[in-house]
Ligand binder design. Sequence first.
Ligand SMILES: Cc1cc2nc3c(=O)[nH]c(=O)nc-3n(C[C@H](O)[C@H](O)[C@H](O)COP(=O)(O)O)c2cc1C
Length: 222
Amino acid sequence: MNLLRIDSSIQGPASAGSQLADIVVAEAVAGHPGVEVVDRHLATDPVSSTTWADAVIGSATPEADRTAAQRDALALAASLADELRAADLVVLASPLYNFGISQHLKTWIDLVLAGAPVGSRLLDGTPTVLVVTRGGAYGPGTPREGWDHATSYVTRILSDVWGADLTVVEREFTLVGINPALDAFRDLAASMKTAAEQAATTAGTHLAHRTTTAPASAVGPQ
Ligand SMILES: Cc1cc2nc3c(=O)[nH]c(=O)nc-3n(C[C@H](O)[C@H](O)[C@H](O)COP(=O)(O)O)c2cc1C
C-alpha cells in the first residue's frame, strides 16, 4: 500500500499546511505501518509552467511531427497521472495564495489532466485528505466571505473530476501572530489551530482504514 503526499507551499518548514499534512501522514503510517509514503513537493520540485502547453499541443499533433519538448511533456504528464492513479491513499496540502490556488498546484493539476483520457477518474474511491490553509478568515459573515477561490476548485477536481473519497481538513487565520493587523484574533486563531490539528489527527487515523467510497465530508473549522 502506498500513500502519495503532495505539498505545494512555498513557505518551507514554516508551512502550516505541511505541518498539518505531517500529522495526517504520521497518523496514517502509525495505523498502517507497512504503508510506503511517496513525497511530491510541487514547490521545491516544480513542474515547469510551459510543460502543460507542450503536452496539450503535443497531444493534438501527429506523433511523428511532435517536438522533443512535446514528447517529454506528454511522457511527464502520463507518468504524473499514473502516479496519482496508483496511489492507495492521498494527502494533498493546498495553501491559499492571492485568493486562489498555488500556481505550482494548478500546473500539476493541468498536467495530470493532460496525462490521462478526458473524464478519467484517477482517484475513483481513493481515500484522500485535502489540507487547506488560509492566512485570513473567509467564513460566513466575514468581510471577505467568498474570496477563497481555491478550495472549491481543488475540491471539485479531487472529488468530482477524479472521484476521490474526500475528507477536508481546514485551518484559517494562520497569519495571526505574523501580521500585527490580526492581533485581535489571537484566541480565535489558537482555537482554530488546535481544532485543525485534532481534525488532522482524526483524518490520519481514519485514512489507512478507509477503503470504501463515501460522500465528501469536512472536518475542522469551516
Ligand atoms: C504570496 C502569498 C500570498 C498569500 N495570499 C493570501 C491570500 O490571498 N489570502 C489569505 O488569506 N492568505 C494569504 N496568504 C497567507 C497564506 O494563506 C498562509 O500563509 C497559509 O498558511 C498558506 O499555507 P502554507 O502555510 O502551507 O504555505 C498568502 C501567503 C503568501 C506567501
